[in-house]
Write a protein that binds this ligand. Structure first.
Ligand code: CIR
Length: 253
């Protein structure tokens, strides 16, 4: 069960953030509305939401997932790989300290974005990407192994972050797309396979009794419902314009 979630409101500067997409400029009014609906959906899932104020100095700071990995037992503050985002961790640290006595850190020259870390019970999968380097992944693995968890490092071929293409939805089941579908690391899981055209919906989040998915993917929704999940669909259009998905917008623990 997840008890807590940390989110951070997007600011007006969101439009100046990093992106690789060609989906156009985010419309702020819609962006704020979509974020508000995201918070409402989390509340419906029964978690306590800590909602941090927007920070205009960091346009991408609403994507809190990249600044830390939080579990029911420990916290790791990351060292985000994009120069423009690295100092987002300074404002996150006090918020995270309210929940944890013991905090671990990824240190330079290691870099790691939380978006490259997937947890499935006592196992972690860590992507090596443009943001997470081998040293960051190695440090992460060393930390979690000391506290009784396992970690498998996965060099990415195409996805931006590991969780761009995969989600764990409990009950030994993964939602996966693209390069992860036949990846040996995930062979032992039951799989919900997402085809190329629905790839964006592989970034979904299971929060207690619900799986939150992006709106506009009826096939993904159908597959989840058929397996007995309750889903909540959210419009993510404005976050997507800046490479953001559902997992990026919160730290769940
Ligand atoms: C970035 O480039 O860092 C942001 N525009 C998007 C971050 C998305 N985060 C995530 O997938 N965990």
């Amino acid at each position: 069960m997840f008890k807590n979630v940390i989110v951070k409101n997007p600011g007006n500067s969101f439009v100046n953030g990093l992106t690789t997409s060609d989906l156009g400029k985010p419309i702020l009014e819609k962006l704020f509305e979509q974020h508000a609906q995201y918070v409402e959906a989390l509340k419906k899932c029964g978690v306590e939401v800590t909602q941090l104020a927007a920070d205009e100095a960091f346009p991408d700071s609403t994507f809190v997932e990249d600044t830390a990995v939080l579990t029911s037992e420990f916290a790791i503050i990351s060292n985000p790989g994009a120069e423009a985002r690295n100092r987002e961790i300074e404002a996150m640290e006090p918020a995270i300290q309210q929940f944890y006595d013991k905090i671990y850190y990824i240190k330079a020259p290691g870099t790691l974005d939380g978006g490259d870390v997937l947890q499935a019970e006592k196992k972690f999968y860590v992507g090596i990407s443009d943001r997470t380097n081998e040293e960051g992944a190695r440090q992460f693995k060393e930390i979690v192994e000391k506290v009784g968890y396992e970690a498998t490092i996965i060099p990415l071929k195409e996805f931006f972050h590991l969780k761009t293409g995969i989600a764990y939805v409990g009950e030994n089941r993964m939602v996966l797309a693209g390069e992860f579908v036949d990846h040996p690391a995930f062979a032992s899981y039951d799989k919900i396979i997402i085809p190329k055209e629905d790839e964006y919906s592989a970034n979904c989040i299971q929060v207690n009794d619900y799986v939150i998915i992006p709106a506009g993917y009826p096939e993904t929704n159908r597959k989840l419902i058929e397996l007995g999940y309750q889903t909540i669909e959210l419009n993510m259009s404005e976050f997507r314009k800046h490479d953001g998905g559902l997992s990026c917008l919160s730290l769940r623990f």
